[in-house]
Design a protein around this ligand. Sequence first.
Ligand code: SRM
Ligand code: SF4
Length: 572
Amino acid sequence: MSTETAAAPAPKKPTHNEEIKTAIPTLAGTLAATLADPTTDRFSDDDQQFMKFHGIYQQDDRDLRKTGKKYMFMIRGRIPGGVLNAAGYQVYDNLATQYGNNTLRLTSRQSFQFHGVVKSGLGPLMKKINEAMMDTLAACGDVNRNVMAPATPIRNAIGAQVNEDARRVSEALLPKTKAYHSIWVEGVQLNLEDPENKDFVDPLYGKTYLPRKFKTAFAIAPVNDVDILTNDLGFIAIPAADGTLAGYNLTVGGGLGRAHGNTMTYPRLADTIGFLTPDQIIDVAKGVLTVHRDFGDRTDRKHARLKYVLEEKGAAWFRTELESRLGYKLADAKKVEFATQRDPFGWHQQADGRWFLGLFVLTGRIKDDGALRMKSGLRAVVDKFQPEIRLTPQQNIILANISADQKDAVTALLAEYGVAVENQATVVRRASMACPSMPTCGLGLAESERYLPGLIDRIEASLVAVGLKDEEIVIRMTGCPNGCARPYAAELGFVGKGPGRYQVWVGGNEASTRLNRIFKETVKDTEMDAELGALFARWKADRIGNERFGDWAARVVWPEIAASAAAAPAAA
Ligand code: SRM
Ligand code: SF4
């Protein structure tokens, strides 16, 4: 037997992303030079990483791969709280028509994405967004992303302040690099050798930014439309006795991304850390972000989110670390309860007497499709009535601040484009969400946006067959386990495994405060109707009163899942 002590494992190397951020801390890469080069239709691998911080992804049309790669770009806006004015909407709509694929994709974080932009259109599109006083900075990348806030227009006194706080946090957490303005507004490549650029250190993010993406949201109970607990950083508004804003409960360490077959990755709900007053919000947001900056794992991007720091070090440790950065203690969290994550559809009155209209957008894609001309209809209403636009975290759209005497005219104008304001979609469809996946997402393993509408037809037929017509189930689908449409917080979640194959998850709740669990590892499209039909028949037979599908599944199906896991042979 050797008496030598085993050598300590070599420290793990920082990832390649860390190396390139260190080398070019302005995030400029060679983006401006490549943009100006007409001989190429794509950017280098490293530049593709830098572009993300500017809100841009290089993609290729996966439907066309058999005949060679057709490169194109996805651009995502930074729209805090999903609020934009009519002029802003007109700019997005124009650019989608002129440079994109003539659709606007509402995202699950209250933003817009352009798809299908070719390289020659990228520069002009980016310039025009910025000229319109909007931007795409930090919409992607290892930084704080688009900040979410309640989408429903003011129905109570604190709504406006919460939205304003979300906007302030978004601004305060922006990276300060000059590269974004220089490339996309001035069209100039930064001199990377200039010491000012070479040695640039962001005052908040440092030289290497965060180990991974970072997501922030605000919520006002009882509506959890933003899925607050799935965010790295959450602020839950707490009203005072007089109806003003007393402060926020702080939640930290939520996140959903995982990888098939890698048990070191998992969805996680945030921990509640404490309570803060509104004047502390920027300090606290920066404090939480810098804990991620300093403690997140920079050696493995699959293990780099803040949720793993929370899971491994614990909420008590986190609170102490945060308080030491703040220099003061947080109060204890207040009691708060969520009831629903549902968007409001149709006409509703605002607290100020005006009206808003919630419109369902199938899988978040604003387009003209046969008789349903959603893109043209929305544009006509925006041009004529100049409403405020609010994008919802369930990929729907709200037209706000409409006066009572304009309501009928808005309804009539939308009808000309085939857009109904009543009975816009069935209850199941209205509560559904899908990520884009094919053909734009390079990570998709199965269809999602193009598949879910047809699957919902089949699900509705199964529900009718067992006598459960018009029962709402929150259904979400993604084409891979990254979880972009938050399938792990749904009552019934589908996660792509391969072409025509999905993992099925059950047991989330209506308020989106409970994660679901894997019911079936893989279900083929051809087996889906039988599998779901049997599940719905059991729900119908077993449910207690009006028990929702998710609650029934958590009560009845979860113990079965646990029992079969316990009975499975242990891994060697
Ligand atoms: Fe996402 C990556 C689309 C919300 C977790 N996401 C991607 C990319 C950029 C694919 C890529 O890296 O090449 C997708 C672009 C597809 C396309 O063609 O447009 C993409 N994510 C989306 C959007 C558009 C889905 C949607 O249906 O709306 C959402 C844009 C939100 C926004 O406006 O900022 C979107 N992504 C989410 C969410 C939901 C959320 O934030 O509330 C999640 C789960 C929550 C979380 O972050 O944990 C999410 N996206 C991911 C991940 C996994 C991250 C992880 O921690 O493992 C990836 C992959 C990655 O980062 O490497 C990813
Ligand atoms: Fe792409 Fe996967 Fe996100 Fe869907 S969940 S958009 S397939 S990364």
